[in-house]
Design a binder for this molecule. Structure first.
Ligand SMILES: [Zn+2]
Ligand SMILES: [Zn+2]
Length: 346
């Protein structure tokens, strides 16, 4: 079969690999869609300390079951499924407390296990053990289902930041994740959603699709002043930084309303992870700053449901569909910000 495999930083190959078989406790799928994101770009350029090459990349996975291993109950060939990306152990102190996104033993598809940029993929028993294989609801396409994983990560962040009825929400960063955050905030009853982005071109591409109440180009105006102006000086109830930018995080703190919640959704480069925070703003305004680390199996199931009910449409966010041999070109499209979501159809 054909796969897209990481060999070394800057060396990702479209090549042949032996077709895998489902062992006991495993399920084999014919991959129908595996979507790309900024993480794939990062891996292709810099590698990752959890990836021991060669490794098939791809973690936003949807497909069809073609083989069910011994001892697997409840699944049959022909079932349409979505696969979680981050796999919690299900046994540690955090998992026992239901906090699966922060499992210290977490492993991931496309890192510790062969990923979805392949014609066939084995779903490891670790995924099945934690209910990480989800049935795709009727009416949801494979391409839409592959976007459930990033939507699940947005859902985790908005749960932690308690995005809800009547909130003014700012999303900083207008990539695919930013677009999902705008849509999800609306579905949760936000009063207004403002989208902030440095690049005018990227901002317009995203705003055309997700129609924020205001599209603020941070390359042209001061986003803090603009958010304060739009909120009569009050600030935003929730600010989500969907960009790997320390400056965006600093701006988020500055534009928060009293008791505002700030989600540091996007991580920072590991060689520059420090920001300046006016601690007195946090103290006197009772701000809450929360992180977000991926998603749990339950978040993935809920995300699929949000897509199925139409609460969070994702089909129009998929702007590019490419065959497997074009996956490496897809990373370039993502890196240059020319697309919202690029999905690969192996
Ligand atoms: Zn991703
Ligand atoms: Zn755990």
């Amino acid at each position: 079969m054909k796969v897209v495999r990481f060999h070394a930083p800057g060396d990702v190959r479209f090549e042949d690999a032996p077709e895998p078989e489902a062992g006991p406790g495993e399920v084999k799928i014919r991959v129908r869609n595996c979507s790309t994101c900024g993480t794939d770009v990062k891996i292709s350029k810099f590698g990752h300390h959890h990836i021991h090459p060669p490794r098939v990349m791809g973690h936003e996975i949807a497909g069809e079951i073609v083989q069910v291993g011994d001892g697997v109950d409840g699944w049959s060939t022909g079932d349409r499924v979505q696969v979680i990306a981050a796999i919690p152990c299900g046994e540690c102190a955090e998992c026992e407390r239901g906090r699966m996104t922060i499992c210290p033993n977490q492993v991931s598809m496309g890192y510790h296990f062969e990923g979805g940029f392949a014609q066939y993929m084995v779903v490891p028993r670790e995924v099945l053990k934690v209910d990480g294989l989800n049935r795709i609801p009727d009416g949801v396409s494979f391409a839409e289902a592959s976007v459930a994983e990033p939507l699940a990560c947005a859902l985790n962040a908005q749960n932690l930041a308690r995005v809800g009825e009547g909130d003014d929400v700012v999303v900083i960063g207008s990539g695919p994740i930013g677009c999902l955050h705008v849509r999800l905030a609306r579905a949760r009853g936000a009063a207004r959603v403002f989208l902030v982005e440095l690049s005018r071109q990227r901002l317009e591409m995203a705003a055309d699709l997700v129609k924020p109440d205001a599209a603020i180009c941070a390359g042209e105006v001061d986003p803090i002043e603009e958010v304060l102006r739009l909120t009569d000086g009050r600030g935003a109830d929730v600010i989500i930084t969907a960009a790997a930018s320390g400056k965006a995080q600093e701006q988020a703190i500055q534009m928060a309303a009293r008791q505002g919640r700030i989600s540091f959704f996007g991580g920072l480069p590991k060689d520059n992870p420090t920001i300046t925070c006016d601690s007195n703003l946090v103290h006197y305004r009772e701000l809450m700053i929360v992180g977000a680390n991926g998603s749990s199996p339950a978040h993935n199931a809920e995300a699929l449901n949000l897509v199925a009910t139409g609460a969070v449409p994702v089909a129009d966010l998929i702007t590019h569909r490419l065959p497997l041999e074009s996956a490496i070109d897809a990373f370039g499209i993502v890196a240059r910000g020319e697309a919202i979501k690029v999905t690969i159809e192996p």
